[in-house]
Design a protein around this ligand. Structure first.
Ligand code: PEP
Ligand code: MG
Length: 578
């Protein structure tokens, strides 16, 4: 038994078996075989290729009924690549003539073939380069003799599965819905990997360093998403202790469920609106179960990921409509696409990419991308406006920094509305338009945005990143990512005040909204709207029920006068105790 330490991103505890998602094509061994041994080396490669062929066949035979229709075709493409003479025959020639080992011979042929595909203009053909890499990865794993296909590795297990990876893209996580937990070597608390793990409601620990190298497939793991610890091969006593804690957590969940229908208000009867953050329309159900008053943030960019073409207007409309219908008359705040930075589009994406940049977090991200690609933006705006026919919709613009971005966005929204009317479609109902305050410049000039827009939403994840100059996805600096830094608190308080002065609603929709250490503080600042992943909602409500807004106000304004982080921390602790 030993433990690995990283950053816990909530979601409780999982006990389960490890499924290690290996990095592909790294550390390919390279050595020479003497002439007499080469026939055996070729035979070894043949066996590996046969194993992969059988594996692909077996996956095809056992595809679940709800597998995407492309899955079978994709398997056939992989089988064809496997049999492509440019791969196997060439690799065999390399072994026979130059005596390189099978792994090296096959990997280098695959690399050449993949790079030929990657030169193509055509997105479909470029994508085939990735298929070559994936097939080569399988063959290398078969050569190492230790790896079974994911479906086979996971099918027998009744225990939760804990996926262990060096890194995992948010888009890939969406495909691991069966995950009981994630243990990831890279990443920080506000990385989108972490956010998605929360929205999938699974415990996760990020920033583990070398878990993917140390943990073996099928190892028993305890993953403590609160403490940020992964215990590998725990002994019986530790396992029992954690099983007890899981039982306690279940008990707490039951107690929290009783709060679903309790009105969300402070002790002194100030109503607090509790909203949910969702990434996919289906999550509306989870939001309703938690008693959310609406969706405060629908991150639409996830509809654009994992695919090579942009979703069209009808497809987007259906997704937004499903979320609206799913919320049964409660408002849904749909944020326009926030791509760029750590939410990249698929490499094979045929639509325009955000312009490449030496520093993507400061590059063409979010509204900057939408305004640079107005045709794509208009498609999304029309889809959102059409969805508004099915229930209350609010439109939210991410990452504003300049007043002219608001003007341009409002003009394009009016244009999209006009296009629908010109097409003969019924005129969409009025849709309030809000802006995200997540750049210090926007917080410092929040009055400008409050005046021109219908509401504000504070994206603390990015506001912290840009205020403290800490890449939110970089584990190396994650200890410095401090939501309670006085500078951050000043900017949040300033934004709330500006919205109040303009008489406009304001909410926080970053991770800070779900942080129990911030609830009393934010209420004391005057915040009345919180939007968070549904899993946190009832715990925050329990906290709100204990707050006295009138008493918190003067105490928080005293706390905000300090620019000493240590004093702010001790002041915060006292706020929570009171
Ligand atoms: C934020 O920045 O706080 C936010 C809610 O947006 P995202 O996490 O999607 O960048
Ligand atoms: Mg953001």
């Amino acid at each position: 038994m030993f433990s690995l330490h990283g950053t816990g991103i909530g979601g409780g505890i999982a006990v389960g078996r490890a499924v290690v998602l290996e990095s592909r094509l790294i550390d390919v061994p390279r050595y020479r075989i003497d002439a007499p041994g080469r026939a055996a080396e070729i035979a070894r490669l043949e066996r590996a290729v046969d194993t992969v062929r059988a594996e692909l066949h077996s996956i095809g035979e056992h595809l679940p009924a709800d597998a995407p229709t492309e899955a079978q075709a994709l398997l056939q493409v992989h089988a064809m690549i496997l049999d492509d003479p440019a791969l196997f025959e060439q690799a065999r020639t390399v072994i026979a003539h130059s005596g390189h080992n099978a792994e090296w011979a096959f990997a280098s042929q695959a690399e050449q073939l993949a790079s030929q595909f990657e030169q193509f203009e055509d997105a479909y053909l470029r994508e085939r380069g990735r298929d070559v890499t994936q097939v080569a990865d399988r063959v290398l794993k078969a050569l190492s003799g230790s790896v079974r296909p994911l479906a086979e590795r996971t099918a027998h297990s009744h225990d939760p599965l804990i996926f262990v990876a060096h890194d995992i893209a948010p888009a890939d996580m969406l495909q691991l819905k069966r995950a009981g937990g994630f243990a990831i070597d890279l990443g920080g608390t506000a990385s989108h990997t972490a956010i998605l793990a929360r929205s999938m409601n699974v415990p996760a620990v990020v920033g583990l360093g070398k878990a993917a190298q140390i943990v073996r497939d099928d190892d028993w793991l305890i993953l403590d998403g609160e403490a940020g610890v992964v215990i590998v091969a725990p002994d019986d006593a530790v396992l029992q202790e954690y099983r007890n804690r899981i039982a306690l957590e279940q008990l707490e969940r039951k107690q929290l469920e009783r709060l679903v229908h309790v009105p969300s208000a402070t002790l002194d009867q100030v109503p607090i609106e509790l909203l949910a953050n969702i990434e996919l329309p289906a999550e509306a159900a989870q939001a309703l179960d938690a008693g959310a008053a609406g969706v405060g943030l629908f991150r639409t960019e996830f509809l654009f990921m994992n695919r090579s073409e942009m979703p069209g207007e009808d497809e987007q409309y259906e997704a937004y409509r499903d979320a609206v219908l799913g919320m049964k008359g409660r408002p849904v705040t749909i944020r326009t696409i926030d791509v760029g930075s750590d939410k990249a589009l698929d490499a094979s994406h045929e639509g325009p990419e955000p312009a490449t940049s030496t520093n993507p977090a400061l590059g063409q991200r979010a509204i900057r991308y939408s305004l640079a690609e107005p045709d794509i933006f208009l498609v999304q705006l029309r889809a959102i406006l059409r969805a508004a026919a099915h229930g209350p919709v609010r439109l939210l613009i991410p990452m504003l920094a300049h007043g002219h971005e608001v003007d341009q966005s409002l003009r394009l929204i009016a244009q999209a509305r006009g296009q629908l009317i010109d097409r003969g479609q019924s005129e969409p109902p009025p849709v309030p338009v809000g802006g995200m305050i997540e750049v210090p410049a926007a917080a410092l000039t929040a009055g400008l945005f409050a005046k021109r827009l219908d509401f504000l939403s504070i994206g603390t994840n990015d506001l912290i990143q840009y205020t403290l100059a800490i890449d939110r996805a970089d584990h190396a600096v994650s200890a410095l990512y401090d939501p309670f830094h006085p500078a951050v608190l000043q900017l949040v308080a300033m934004t709330i005040r500006a919205a109040q002065r303009a008489g406009k609603p304001v909410a926080v929709c970053g991770e800070m909204a779900g942080d129990l250490d911030a609830t009393a503080l934010l209420i004391g600042m005057g915040l009345r709207g919180f939007s968070m992943h549904p899993a946190s909602l009832l715990r925050v409500k329990r906290e709100i029920l204990k707050c006295d807004a009138a008493r918190l106000k003067p105490r928080v304004s005293r706390l905000l006068q300090s620019d000493d982080p240590a004093r702010v921390q001790s002041g915060l602790a006292r706020l929570r105790e009171a």
